[in-house]
Design a protein around this ligand. Structure first.
Ligand code: CP
Ligand code: NVA
Length: 300
């Protein structure tokens, strides 16, 4: 594994190894065992979009591994004034040991990996959010003791989270059912990947998707960069809410996950959110442990 650009690039074995290492690093952290595996190493982080979890967990994670992290704002980098990405990638590769990027186009992240010579981590694009998907798998495995054979359901927009969870779930032996409005289905590349898996279902019916589900996931109706569509999307997605009625058709011990930030009263009701707050905030914490496993694996 050279980069973490999207879940499709990882094998089931690579995912399992990352989750096992994340468990170990989490155990060490909770028990005061230091693990300075990346002493003297530096991670650069370019954020073209806002972030709470990704920024803080990467920065803290790098520190806990004995290295350091640099927050690079595109407003300050020459990239904001038009310096080509191909040049920026080659220059940053001479200073840094790893680069994390949050941006819009998946191609930008792929091109950084192509032109640079250091590992590149996708910290979210419009297409994928692999760091979040790994943290979600880690959380499900912690609560359920396994992944294989479970049914994961996703309700809402066929966005970066839907894309990444679909691939992450199917690769690790889960059944995955998605309920999205028909104009908001996942990316064609994801559907092409998923079509070979018997356990994959795409429907407009949230109750069909959630039936007997062990895990119910959701995400915002309007992602970063879609702020102008937010009002229109509220109408389209009105029926695509994780609420107490929906949970009645899921398994009685179903978990609820949300990558956050959440909009209570839109994609999830406040009562369901609070009833599952332990799972949701464990999920947020697991960003730290999963990403430390990614860093420790990629940075040599
Ligand atoms: N879930 C997630 O990626 O959160 P941030 O946008 O706060 O980084
Ligand atoms: N789909 C959301 C995820 C945020 C973590 C977005 O892209 O804004």
């Amino acid at each position: 594994m050279k980069h973490l650009l999207k879940m499709m690039d990882l094998s089931c074995e690579e995912i399992t190894e990352l989750l096992n290492l994340a468990d170990q690093l989490k155990y060490e952290r909770k028990n005061g065992i230091e693990h300075p595996r990346l002493q003297g190493k530096t991670l650069g982080m370019i954020f073209q979009k806002s972030s709470t979890r990704t920024r803080v967990s990467f920065e803290t994670g790098m520190f806990q591994l004995g290295g350091s992290a640099l927050f690079l704002s595109p407003r300050d980098l020459q990239i904001g004034r038009g310096e080509p990405l191909e040049d920026t990638a080659r220059v940053l590769s001479r200073y840094l040991d790893c680069l994390m990027i949050r941006t819009f186009e998946q191609d930008e992240v792929e091109n950084f990996a192509k032109y640079g010579s250091i590992p590149v981590i996708n910290g979210l694009t419009d297409f994928a959010h692999p760091c979040q998907a790994l943290a979600d798998l880690l959380t499900i495995r912690e609560y359920k003791g396994k992944l294989e054979g479970l049914k994961m359901c996703y309700i809402g927009d066929g966005n970066n989270m839907a894309n990444s969870l679909t691939v992450a779930g199917l690769k690790t032996g889960m059944k995955v059912s998605l309920a999205t409005p028909k104009e908001y289905i996942p990316d064609a590349k994801i559907l092409d990947f998923a079509k070979d898996y018997e356990g994959f279902v795409l429907t407009e019916d949230i109750y069909e998707a959630a039936k007997d589900a062990d895990v119910i996931c959701t995400d915002v109706w309007a992602s970063m960069g879609q702020e102008e569509e937010a009002e229109m999307r509220k109408k389209v997605f009105k029926g695509y809410q994780v609420n107490a009625d929906l949970l009645k058709v899921a398994a009685s011990d179903a978990m609820v996950l949300h990558c956050l930030p959440a909009h209570r009263g839109e994609e999830i009701t406040a009562d369901v959110f609070e009833a599952h707050a332990n799972e949701i905030f464990d999920e947020a914490e697991n960003r730290l442990h999963a990403q430390k496993a990614v860093l420790a694996t990629l940075v040599k």
